[in-house]
Design a protein around this ligand. Sequence first.
Ligand code: ZN
Length: 342
Amino acid sequence: MLVVHHPDQRLHDPDQVFRTGKFIAQPDRAERYDIFLGIVRRDRHEIVEAPLNRAEAVTEVHDPAYVEFLKGVYRRWIAHPDYGPVVVPNVHPTHRMHKKPTELLGELGWYSNSTSCPITEGTWPAIFASTQAAVHGADRLASADTPIYALCRPPGHHAYPDLMTGVCYLNNAAIAAQQLTKRFGKVAIIDIDVHHCNGTQFIFWDRPDVLVCSIHVDPRLTAPYYAGYADEIGDGAGKGTNFNQPLPWATPDSAWLQAVDAAAARIRGFMPGALVVSLGFDAGEHDPVAAFKITDHGFAEAGRRLSALNYPTLLVQEGGYLSPSLGGYLGSFLRAFEEIAA
Ligand SMILES: [Zn+2]
């Protein structure tokens, strides 16, 4: 397995977010990067650092004005001596409001929909490095004879072309998939993070060349709430290329792996040239999200079944939060994936 990463991903590390009427621990800590890197080093995968030279790949998916905003918002924020140390929005438009303002707080609210995407000095370099790990993984896949794991942090699958949400700023998997369509034609994405990939779904909603399959906790119960339902199947030329499988709280390995099999069947029928796995581990039984009950064995089995599809595959890290089990989930998945690929 070839692993692509970049150490700048550590630079984003706000420690708190405001939720449920109080400050709680921010789930996406820099320590996640250390844990993932530690596991791939332990397991002696080939590890390369992504060059940070493919900025144009980001704006093939994201609104250039949004990307410029992300790049510059911290500098604008600290010009206000009475503002706090972390960029956090406090006002947002609804679907009834359509004018984008240029004043800082108004513009910040325009590009976000919650308090879950705090921004500090290191946030831009970290999220850019995260995209570049995914892009370099996609670039290497054409000539690789092994699967590639893009160690990406912050995660990306909730991010829309011009919206940060759910600890995601730029959609690493979508940016990579867009690059892969140029080399491989049709691309399938399977997202096994416990949350629905609302950003990825939106980005490829009317695209006939990208199949998006997501297995996630029922959005009636938790975030992203406003998308992820089974009747969302894509539209226009992309009608039928979006496949959501919402599942109940406490879903165990057996039912989850059945959903993996159903997605795998859809992927085979789509006949893609390459596969992107949005690889979240927050479905794990010991993950602090505490939604599903997936075990080490379950993640290994998912790795085996997705590897058996036998497509050139890019694995893109999504969620999966701090617990003593986090590194083990990644290790189990990668080992099982590689056994079948070998
Ligand atoms: Zn998640």
